[in-house]
Design a protein around this ligand. Structure first.
Ligand code: ADP
Ligand code: ASP
Ligand code: MG
Length: 474
């Protein structure tokens, strides 16, 4: 059985036309003898809108929250009606959609009375996005001749109880996948499930964190020992930079697990940062593909990247960061001091992206978050502390920077007009990162891209597509 997990992001299921394209892609895989397991995100922007409804309700704006829900209900009903022509199937699907929205509205009304949005309630509210999209997609598939079976992701993806960023429990997922998904696939069915949503061992709904449907795809792929994990999105693959920032970004044909993980961690939104872990564990190739351009071969993420004559594969940017400066004139290098500093971040469950030290100071970068004032307060017991937001981390990734001389000089020459606050060459030796003002980030990416991808290696980068793009826009 050649099993392939196919994950479709929000834009790949955003409306009936997108779902039609998705159905055609899955039908194509079935026609070539593959056994797909399909994971879908909520329809584009639905998660954001559900979070907005939750925020409105928790501030007592009951009418505002219900208005958002009502618009979402209409969008899901319309999409379902456009996709499912069979009268009985359509009536059942619309009824199911209404039942979901009636239940959601109950939660929103309750929340607007209680006025306290807990992470647990937030997860329950956002879960409707994937619960609805997966039901609609399964029915749309069936009407197009795919023998689809809807599976509730919350019965398969079991996590701890860390709501909003739950960690998967691998053994439980393996067991549930074997009990629920394997028999469906053995019967020749195509399971369709939501990404992102999960449940703890007590059956309470959790989520894997924003963008987490990629992670679901990889977890399911790992549990089923899939042949490949396909991430279908709205760009041709992993590109040399975010194509929204750099119009002439090139598709990277092949990249290593290590490089892709680094890019995802440092902000390349195309992949959720944890996606690579389950794939690495089982050595399953991950393909990033474009549902709007399915004939493009995309990016292949594999264990060993082929040699590339350009030093970097891609540039990622992580925005909305803060820099924390800790100045402690004498204690800094004393035994145990750093562990006290890190204990504060640990207490607030705040990951640190980058650290740089001097004789008397430590600078750290973290995601801008609501706990920053308390973190600074706790740190002030140890030293003088200041913090500043609106920073961005630019991260250049490539295995081939290993052992190359003079790369740092070329990087900083390319952005000499931009003020750099902190620099780090990761211990992994495959990334070079630096911190700048958020407002300078796009300009920095374009300058670096122009400097390092002027003469790209055609074995690794899709040079032809860029030539065509530039010809059509001139
Ligand atoms: P999906 O909804 O399919 O999960 P996302 O919006 O999460 O899609 O991710 C795709 C987006 O990631 C692209 O539209 C692109 O703007 C952005 N992106 C950022 N960095 C990169 C990169 N290096 N290569 C490709 N896309 C990138
Ligand atoms: N729908 C979720 C989000 O928008 C998960 C995902 O799309 O990957 O964050
Ligand atoms: Mg995504």
């Amino acid at each position: 059985m050649s099993l392939v997990v196919m994950k479709f992001g929000g834009t790949s299921v955003e409306d009936s036309a997108a779902i039609e394209r998705t159905a055609a892609i899955v039908a194509g895989r079935v026609a070539t003898g593959k056994s797909p397991v399909v994971v879908v995100s909520a329809m584009a922007k639905v998660t954001d809108q559900l979070l907005r409804a939750a925020a409105a309700a928790s501030q007592g704006d009951r009418a505002g929250a219900l208005a958002i829900s009502s618009r979402l209900r209409a969008r899901h009903r319309d999409t379902a009606a456009e996709l499912v022509q069979d009268k009985t199937a359509r009536a059942a699907l619309i009824q199911l959609i209404d039942e979901h929205f009636d239940a959601l509205d109950e939660v929103l009304r309750g929340l607007s009375a209680i006025l306290e949005l807990t992470p647990r309630i937030s997860d329950l509210i956002v879960s409707y996005g994937e619960r609805l999209s997966s039901c609609i997609v399964a029915d749309a598939f069936r009407e197009r001749g795919i023998d689809a079976a809807h599976a509730d992701a919350r019965e398969i993806v079991i996590t701890d109880s860390e709501f909003q960023k739950a960690a998967p429990l691998d053994a439980a997922i393996d067991k549930r996948a074997a009990e629920i998904l394997v028999p469906l696939v053995a019967q020749g069915k195509v399971p369709v499930m939501g990404g992102f949503i999960a449940s703890n061992e007590a059956g309470v709904t959790t989520t894997l964190g924003r963008g987490g449907s990629d992670y679901t795809g990889a977890l399911v792929g790992g549990a089923l020992n899939a042949e490949t994990i396909e991430i279908w999105t709205d760009v041709d693959g992993i590109m040399t930079a975010d194509p929204r920032v750099c119009r002439d970004a090139l598709r990277v044909k092949e990249i290593s697990f290590e490089e892709a993980a680094e890019l995802a961690y440092f902000g390349a939104k195309v992949l959720h940062p944890a996606t690579i872990l389950p794939a690495v564990k089982k050595n399953i190739p991950v393909l990033v593909l474009n549902s709007r351009n399915p004939s493009c071969e995309g990016t292949r993420i594999i264990s060993v990247a082929p040699h590339c004559r350009s030093p970097f594969k891609s540039i990622a940017v992580k925005k909305k960061l803060s820099i924390i400066d800790i100045v402690a004139s004498r204690m800094l290098m004393s035994h145990g001091y750093m562990s006290k500093v890190f204990a504060v971040f640990d207490k607030h469950k705040c990951p640190v992206d980058m650290v740089s030290t001097s004789e008397v100071s430590v600078s750290l970068t973290v995601d801008s978050n609501a706990s920053l004032p308390q973190i600074a307060d706790d740190l002030s017991a140890l030293a003088d502390v200041t913090y500043e937001g609106k920073k961005a981390l630019v991260c250049m990734v490539g295995e081939d920077i290993r052992g190359q001389n003079g790369i740092a000089a070329q990087v900083f020459a390319a952005i000499r007009h931009i003020n750099v606050r902190m620099i780090s060459q990761g211990a992994s030796e495959i990334n070079m990162s630096f911190m700048i003002e958020e407002d300078d980030a796009d300009e920095a990416v374009r300058s670096l891209h122009a400097a390092f991808f002027r003469d790209p290696d055609p074995a690794i980068f899709d040079v032809e597509a860029r030539k065509q793009l530039l010809a059509s826009s001139s």
